[in-house]
Design a binder for this molecule. Structure first.
Ligand code: PMT
Length: 407
């Protein structure tokens, strides 16, 4: 089961005998579908060669903070932003101490200071070092800051001592990492998501469509699965792999999407409209390719309004919690708020599609999540990371709306 598909993990390796297990960990993470980049401290390089981890991860290993070549390829700030999770395994007592002091003496500790992502440590050290009050105080400080401590395990140690301090087994670490990406917030809920563009035929070989790639909707589907939901993804024509455990329904036109959505609406708890649905379709679809006449300098195609799928979902008798997206090139927040009310949505996620770095077809997005009461800006990040934050916020809104309804 590849439960880490598309997750971006930085594996930090520090100096300790357990560093040899990092090789197996890189393989295990990749086998589970994760993208892995390795950052080593200089003392880690005494225990395992960067070449081994480079060959296994398929990416250059980052070691020095002041390496201009490495910084030019992917600088430490970029690395810090790239990560969904920074996993430090093994984490030595010395590194734990540096991290608790917030020291940016080396690349790995600097990266930990710069990242907004979750940091997890798998301590590995001698049992006396583990029990030492300095280590325990450092770990308490890190736990308070939100760093997750994975292990350690108990047993025989490389130095011959027996006790707590061994790094968790690779299999156990993989379970913990998978667990990190599972929120369970939407356990037992059915989420339906629309994604991609719709295509409106003009004749057998031509159509009207838009630039949507489906990336945002597919990322939302993956994040909803990670949150424990049963997910139905109704998608227009896109070139993307189906996320694991997602029921995918392929459609072409708005009419197809409308049909698929209403067929699957019974028992749907949350509906998310991330598709860029064509607002209009040609009144007539020619059954043969339209030929241009010698004298024709212009041609007119009459369009008719398509049904508004999300507005109809929000107006349906068994109305699910309904979340829209608003793609705008100007007056973003004003237009999004208008759509929230006009379509009677619970939430709307506004994105600026005039900016080529975000929105349509890019890997990143920057959005404002708007409710009837307030709004939250989520800065530019990968669509995968953003989707996890959005699903988390959306689940909180959904669950509190349920609680209010139950009172
Ligand atoms: O697919 P990507 O390349 O990753 O790009 C993502 C995205 C920019 C397409 C996505 O983030 C996004 O903004 N999707 C909504 C695009 C859109 O059509 O917005 P809209 O403002 O026209 O529509 C508002 C809402 O009504 C949307 O939830 C839309 O799905 C829904 N709608 C619109 C028209 C229609 N006939 N039926 C609908 O359900």
């Amino acid at each position: 089961m590849n439960r880490l598909t598309n997750k971006q993990i930085i594996l930090g390796v520090t100096g300790g005998i357990a560093a040899y297990k990092s090789a197996e960990l890189v393989r295990g993470l990749q086998k589970a579908g994760a993208k892995v980049r390795v950052v080593m401290t200089s003392s880690a390089c005494e225990f395992i060669t960067p070449l081994t981890l480079q060959a296994l991860s398929g990416n250059p290993v980052h070691i020095d903070l002041l390496d201009t070549k490495a910084e030019a390829a992917m600088g430490h700030i970029e690395l810090a932003r790239w990560a969904d999770l920074v996993l430090i395994a093994p984490a030595s007592a010395s590194f734990i101490s540096r991290l608790s002091r917030g020291s940016g003496e080396d690349l790995l500790s600097t990266l930990c200071l710069a990242t907004d992502s979750q940091i997890a440590l798998a301590p590995a050290m001698n049992q006396a070092m583990w029990r030492d009050s300095a280590t325990q105080t450092n770990l308490e400080m890190l736990t308070e800051k939100g760093v997750k401590i994975l292990g350690p395990d108990e047993g025989e140690q490389a130095c011959g001592d027996v006790g707590l301090g061994r790094m968790l087994d690779v299999d156990q670490l993989l379970i913990e990492v998978r667990e990190f990406f599972q929120s369970h917030e939407l356990n037992g809920r059915h989420v339906m998501i629309t994604a991609g563009p719709t295509r409106e035929a003009i004749d057998p070989v031509r159509y009207i469509s838009n630039e949507s790639s489906g990336k945002m909707g597919f990322a939302m589907a993956e994040a909803a699965v990670d949150a424990g939901a049963k997910v139905t993804l109704v998608t227009g024509p896109v070139n993307l792999e189906t996320p694991e455990h997602v029921e995918r329904i392929d459609v072409i036109s708005t009419a197809d999407m409308h049909r698929a959505v209403f067929k699957n609406l019974p028992n749907c708890d949350i509906f998310i409209g991330s598709a860029a649905v064509a607002d209009y379709r040609p009144t007539q679809v020619a059954d043969r390719k339209i030929k241009k006449g010698d004298e024709d300098h212009a041609m007119t195609i009459e369009l008719i309004r398509n049904p508004d799928i999300i507005a109809e979902v929000a107006a349906s008798a068994s109305r699910p919690f309904t979340v829209g997206f608003a793609a705008e090139t100007h007056n973003l927040i004003e237009y999004a708020q208008k759509k929230l009310k006009q379509k009677n949505l619970d939430l709307i996620i506004a994105n600026d599609v005039a900016d080529k770095q975000i929105g349509f077809n890019s890997n990143d997005n920057e959005v404002t999540l708007i409710s009837r009461k307030d709004s939250t800006v989520l800065p530019k990040m990968s669509k995968a990371k953003l989707a996890r934050l959005l699903i988390d916020q959306l689940a909180q809104h959904y669950l509190s709306s349920k609680q209010e309804a139950d009172v």
